[in-house]
Each structure stands twice: as structure tokens, then as C-alpha cells.
Design a protein around this ligand. Structure first.
Ligand code: DI6
Ligand code: FE
Length: 399
């Protein structure tokens, strides 16, 4: 099956926006086979029934490279606690936070988790996502981490969405391992990693390197086990303090370091040297009313590619929308609308180690978004309204 789109303003996202005015695109099967000017469509495709885009903006389908959408329950009560003055760390230390979601996730059946995750995936799709990353990390036993990962793997069978899964057993220390994080790494994190890889459930390995979670030495041990299995690594680094997780992760060749509000100059330099992507998560910054911003100017100056993601999770970032995250990245962090769109297309794909999406070019997957917009900056500019007109997934328009 082939499709022909005509009269689109195409942001190819190759070299800046890479705008093509009055552009046209042909996809055959899942792939883009031609792009150019509407006036230059090669004869072999001129007879295809054309979808006239009426000048609308066509971008790559958005890529959300950091989410935690498989979980039980919600955390609205904790939201209230924090508004009454408790910090995220205080809530976590009081047994709330991530651990309350762990209790709800352990109690939920696979079918319940899947139904809830699909409802969240629908929100992401409605805001323009065509690829999402989904992490485990609310099970914290071997069996419950595997349960979460099986659910994450099932999402793509039920929705027109590509899903990349990440093992995040090293997300928090469960009550039964309180004060024994090393034992948790040895008895749960590493065994669940081996089992998940053996069952084909994971594409990458992540950890939370923080005072309330795991030390760089513990993370390094897990990452060595990941690399022995041939899996790429990434890290929740420097979200609340500077433990030098980014120096560690970049030094081991990580795909990305995420959050990075508290990163130092050494971390930025290590990421630049390794080509590690900085994943900017303004939804968590906003929700936690953080004040320390990621060093956007330093990343820019060092040439560290920046991605923008939702971090969709029940505690620190209950947001499904990439365009809203782009708006926050611009308004809160002074990223430019071009950087924000690169952050949810080409750089987000790179953060997942993927080169077949995130730009519009022949050979790329025909995952695209057509927007009720004419300039790419409109995607970052609007607040709360998603101007998505039509999503194209694998060369087929959404119904
Ligand atoms: N940092 C975050 O922002 C999420 N995980 C993490 O390590 C929060 C997860 C949660 O609060 O449930
Ligand atoms: Fe996260």
C-alpha cells in the first residue's frame, strides 16, 4: 500500500527544521520513499490518490523517550501533601512516593495494569506520539518487574504505537530491603535483568542514582551486568543532587542521562565526549516545583543533544502530552521551539538508540504527524491544546 501527501509544510528535522514549503511525500508500506516539492512528484506516483494537506505542518511522529506508564493507583493524595509543604524526598522517606505506587502495582493483575497503561497510551497518541519508551520500576520483585515488562511489551499489540521497553528495577529500595540496597541489587535488580533479557522483554537498562535510591557504585554494578548482556544503558541522574551519576553513565557509554538538573560541568563534559543525550523532563520539574534548572546553555555550548520527554508517571510528572512538555521546556528552561521539536523527534530517537525515525527522509519509517499549524514553533507555543490533525503510523493514516 502506498500513500501520497501533497501541499504540506514539511519539517524534515534534518538540519534545523529542514522546512519544505508546499511539500509532498510518498510512503510505500511502512517506509517513506520520496519527499520533495508538490510540483515535482515523480510520474510513477502521480496517479496515487492524493491527500491534500492544505498547507498544514507535517513533522516526524513524536517520540517520547522517557515514561513510566505501567503502574497501579494514583498519587493525588501525595500531591496534596506536597502542596501542604512536604518535599518529594520527605514523602518518599515517609513510605509514600514511589513505594505507594509499588504497593498498588504489586496488587494489580496484568490485565488491570494493561488496561490502565492503554488508557495512558491513548492520551500520548492523541498528543502526537508514535513511539514511546516505557520503564518498569514499580514492581521491585523479580516477578513483579517481569509482570510490568510483559504489560509494557503488550501495549504495541493493542495500539498503533511503537514501544521500547526499559528495565528499571533499580528505581527504589522496597521495604523488605530497607537499608540493604546492595542485597537488592544482587537479589532482585540483576536477577530480574537476566530473566527479562532471557524472555525478550527489554531493550535497555535504567537506574535511579540518588540519595533516596542507588549510589553510583551500585548503579555501576548493575550497568556492568547490562553490558555483559549487550544491553544499552541510561540513567536517572542528578535529579535532586549531584552524585556524579552522569559522569559514571556517560563514561560507560550511556544512551542518555535524564533529568540532570543538578549536573556539574564534569557531567556535561563527560556527556559531550560520549555523545550521550540529555533528556530534559520539565513535567517533573514543574510538578515538584523545583527551582534548579538543567544547564541548557552548558549543554548547548558543549554540543550535548537534548531530548524532551514527558516522564509520564504517577508521582512527579502526571503529564501525557509531549507538546505540553515542549511548551514547558521553552518557557521554564528557555529551550528554543526548534530545540524542543528536535527534542521530541530526532534527539529523542537518538536517546533510544534508534536511527529509523525522528526525521522525514526516504528510508525512514512513515510515522508522521499532520498538525493544524503552519509553523513548527506553534507546537511549543500552545498550552493545553493539541493541534494534532492526523497521525500517520507505519504509512497509514489513523482512522
Ligand atoms: N524520577 C522521577 O521523576 C520518577 N522516577 C524517578 O526516578 C518518579 C517516579 C515516581 O515518583 O513515581
Ligand atoms: Fe523518570
Amino acid at each position: 500500500m502506498a500513500i501520497l501527501l501533497t501541499h504540506a509544510t514539511i519539517a524534515t528535522m534534518t538540519a534545523g527544521y529542514g522546512l519544505i514549503e508546499d511539500g509532498a511525500l510518498v510512503a510505500e508500506g511502512e517506509r517513506i520513499v520520496w519527499i520533495g516539492q508538490t510540483s515535482d512528484i515523480p510520474a510513477q506516483w502521480q496517479t496515487l490518490p492524493a491527500q491534500n494537506c492544505g498547507g498544514r505542518l507535517l513533522t516526524p511522529g513524536l517520540v517520547d523517550c522517557h515514561s513510566h506508564i505501567v503502574f497501579g493507583g494514583h498519587r493525588a493524595v501525595e500531591f496534596e501533601m506536597r502542596l501542604n509543604g512536604a518535599s518529594y524526598e520527605e514523602v518518599a522517606r515517609a513510605g509514600g512516593g514511589i513505594l505507594s505506587t509499588v504497593t498498588a502495582t504489586r496488587a494489580a493483575s496484568e490485565a488491570e495494569l494493561l488496561a490502565a497503561a492503554l488508557a495512558r497510551a491513548d492520551l500520548m497518541i492523541a498528543a502526537g506520539a508514535t513511539t514511546i519508551e516505557v520503564k518498569s520500576g514499580y514492581g521491585l520483585t523479580v516477578a513483579d518487574e517481569l509482570k510490568m515488562l510483559r504489560v509494557a511489551r503488550q501495549i504495541a499489540a493493542h495500539r498503533r504505537l511503537r514501544v521500547v521497553t526499559t528495565h528499571l528495577a533499580a528505581h527504589a529500595i522496597p521495604p523488605e530491603y530497607k537499608g540493604r540496597p546492595d542485597a537488592y541489587i544482587d537479589e532482585v535488580a540483576i536477577p530480574s535483568l537476566h530473566a527479562a533479557q532471557a524472555q525478550g522483554l527489554i531493550d535497555a537498562v535504567d537506574a535511579f542514582c540518588e540519595g533516596i535510591a542507588f549510589s553510583p557504585a551500585q548503579v555501576a554494578r548493575l550497568f556492568r551486568a547490562a553490558q555483559d548482556l549487550g544491553l544499552p544503558i541510561k540513567l536517572h541522574a542528578e535529579q535532586l543532587s549531584d552524585l556524579k551519576g552522569a559522569v559514571l553513565a556517560a563514561g560507560m557509554g550511556a544512551l542518555s542521562c535524564d533529568h540532570v538538573e543538578y549536573i556539574g560541568a564534569d557531567g556535561v563534559a563527560a556527556m559531550a565526549a560520549a555523545g550521550t543525550v540529555a533528556v530534559i523532563l520539565p513535567g517533573a520539574f514543574y510538578t515538584l516545583r523545583e527551582t534548579r534548572k538543567p544547564p541548557i546553555e552548558a549543554f548547548r555550548a558543549a554540543g550535548v543533544p537534548m531530548a524532551v520527554a514527558t516522564d509520564f508517571n504517577p508521582g512527579s510528572s502526571p503529564v501525557a502530552s509531549l507538546p505540553l512538555s515542549m511548551n514547558m521546556a521553552c518557557t521554564l528552561f528557555r529551550m528554543t521551539p526548534l530545540e524542543a521539536l528536535q527534542g521530541t523527534t530526532t534527539h529523542a530517537a537518538r536517546a533510544l538508540g534508534l536511527t529509523d525515525r525522528g526525521t522525514i527522509a526516504p528510508g525512514q519509517l512513515a510515522d508522521l504527524c499532520l498538525w493544524d499549524a503552519t509553523h513548527p514553533a506553534e507546537l511549543s507555543y500552545r498550552i493545553g491544546a493539541t493541534p494534532l490533525h492526523t497521525r500517520i503510523f507505519g504509512g497509514r493514516l489513523d482512522a
